[in-house]
Structure formats: structure tokens, C-alpha cells
Write a protein that binds this ligand. Sequence first.
Ligand SMILES: *Cc1c(COP(=O)(O)O)cnc(C)c1O
Length: 426
Amino acid sequence: MDYRGIFEDAVDALRQEKRYRVFADLERIAGKFPRALYRDSADNAREITIWCSNDYLGMGQHDSVVSAMQQTAGRLGVGAGGTRNISGTNRPLVELERSLADLHRKEGALVFTSGFVSNEAAISTIARLMPDCVIFSDQLNHASMIQGVRQSGMQKHIFRHNDVAHLRELLAATDRKRPKLICFESVYSMDGDIAPIAEICDLAEEFGALTYIDEVHAVGMYGERGGGICEREGLMDRIDIIEGTLAKGFGVMGGYITANKAIIDAVRSYAPEFIFTTALPPALCAAARASIEHLKKSSVERQQHKRQARLTKAILADAGLPVMDTPTHIVPLMVGDARLCKAASDMLMDKHNIYIQPINYPTVPKGTERLRITPTPLHTDEMVFELRHALVSVWASLEIPREQASAEITASKLTSGDLTLPTVGG
Ligand SMILES: *Cc1c(COP(=O)(O)O)cnc(C)c1O
């Protein structure tokens, strides 16, 4: 039996579809965000600018977050030493869960090793505990939510993305007496669009369904205290389960759900993904909590984030680059071809020291391959202009079509206020 050949063939199939993934070897430089050392295939290092990180606010290098981790590791050591049930429930973890419940104004919170695990564990466990439950799941839900739905083994209906009329149809066609769970996201990370949350809550009320929202791409970044889109729109109390990550806007690692005490206690008691794994280490919990608490009080990061995202969109669109218009901080640049998308990414890195990972199938549908750009508060105006220059040059070299550039947005126009942008602190 040629076991080795089986695996090589499997990977070759991906190569042929232009889906083979190459990871960038990075060493982020604390204090120089978003700069990092990149090592090429020959292990030669050079400094580059990252334009595709999900450390959306740079909190992974924030002084208060880094020192919380260092100090806690010094005092409590590095590992948790056990599962939650057997000696692993450490004080910083307890405090972290309180901080999260407070963030979303819920009775309780439960922390998992990642956002992926929190979705898989919570959705599957909650659905399984409701006899004869039917799940209604948005068509573009993240892989971790799909995994949770599958794992529950319950009947499911997929509604067209953000299509409230379709969701209504599916709910109306379901026996009123059966328990129902509606699963969706607030910010969808690849298109950067936002769900009609209030309308979905209206439907949930009308048809007696439980609501589960993934706010992974919104926590820390939206709302008065960083509670996400639901906080911004005054809808937190209308959602039964809010899920989030500690790894993106908060810049650390781990995932969580918040909900009423009954749901939290049930997931805590029944989800194998929660029970049979070692608890998060105290230093990591302390760092995550420092980040959450900082962002509850400080809005400077959110305002500057919004400004740099709007600036990036305006500058790139102005150069005739195919920026998708989004109501969020995510800036997708459509390429529409897997090979070109990879080539553009390679050229940005090799010629311009700019790192933007190509996003190909199955993360996005075939024909919608793109560069997903994530400006942060720490990308300077100068970096945005460098990005524009690099992209225009790459688009020309690869002969990717772009629209006619309008009158150039220049640095002077920007400072003279010709471009309407929110001001920091305003
Ligand atoms: C990244 C992501 C997750 C998983 O979060 P991790 O903490 O990275 O495991 C869950 N949902 C969505 C929508 C995501 O994009």
C-alpha cells in the first residue's frame, strides 16, 4: 500500500485547483505594529507591512495587554494545569468570564479554547438539548457554525444570506410547536456586510425561536463599550446567545458565549468540547481581560479604526481599484480569479514588502477570489498611500482591469479636509 502517495495525491489535487495554501513565516515586531519580519523560502528575513491581520485594533501589542500577560505568567506560571473541572479553573479565567458577561449585559459567560470551538460546542449542544429542534442557518455562516449545526444532528434549513423573507418562509413552514434556533453572524468577514439583526429578532419573537449570533468580527470594534453591532444597535437583550472571539479585535486567543444562566450552565455541563480539554492559561485570560476592559473605556481605537478603513476605501476606489463597498472596517478588493489573486499577493510581497493573503475557494465562492484588506488604527496615512501605489503597480503588471482613476486624492487634499472623514476623538 502506498500510504505516502495517498496524501501526496490529495494535496496535488488542491494544487491543480490553485487552492494549495502557502503560509507566510512572520515575526511581528511588538511596538512597530503593523510591521513584521517576513522570512522567504530561503529563510532570508526582511521587514514588511501586514495588511490582512485580524488583530484589527493592534491590541495584541497594546502595553496593558502585554504586561498583563507577562505579570500574570510571573505570578501564576504558564499553564492552567487541568480541565475546568479538575483544577484548571483559575482566578483570571473566572474574572474574564465576568468581564464578558458584563460586556454583553448577560447573566453569564463561558470561555472556550477558540471561537471555532465555542461555535461548534455551543450550537451543537444547545440544539441537542432541545428535543426535535430545527436549526435555521444563514447560507454564509462561518465553517465553525456549520460544524456545530452538523454535529447537532438536528434538522436544518439554510436561509439565503441576510434574506429575511426567505427566513420567514422557512419558519412559517415549520410546526409551531417545535423548538427553533436561528444562527447567524453580525459582520460577515469576507464581504464585510451586516445582518438585519432587528428584523431577525422580530421573526424570532413572532415564531418563538431562540437567536444565536456570532459577533466575532465586531466585538471590541463596534458599540459604545466594544460589545459589537448588537450593542451599537441596542439589540443585545433581544439576542439569546452572543458568541465572540478573544483573538481578533481583542488581540489574544480564545472564544466565548454569553447568555442567561440556564443556557450557560447547560453548555458548561454537556458540551464535550468544553469539558474534556485543558482550561485556558491564566496569563492569556488576564491579557484578554485587560484588552476587553481597556476597550470598554477607550473609544480612540474604534474611532481611528473607522477613519483608517474609510480612508483606505476612498483612496483605493479613487485609483480605480475594485473595492467592494462595505458598511464595515473590512475592505475586499475583488480579483475574481484564483491564479491572478495569488500572483497579485506574491508580487505585493516580493516587490513592495506588503503582505495581503489571497482569499480563494472554499473560503469564498469560485470566481470571487479577492484580496481582503484590513486597515487598523495603526496603519498610518502614509502606509495607505504606499498601499495604493503598490496595488496600482501590481494591477498594471498583471493586466488586471481597473476603472479609470478619478482626480487623484493626494496627501494635501486629505489634510486640507477635502475628503470627509471622521476625525479622531470626534
Ligand atoms: C475566525 C472566526 C471564528 C473562529 O474564531 P477563532 O477564535 O479564530 O477560532 C468564528 N466565527 C467567525 C465568523 C470567524 O471569522
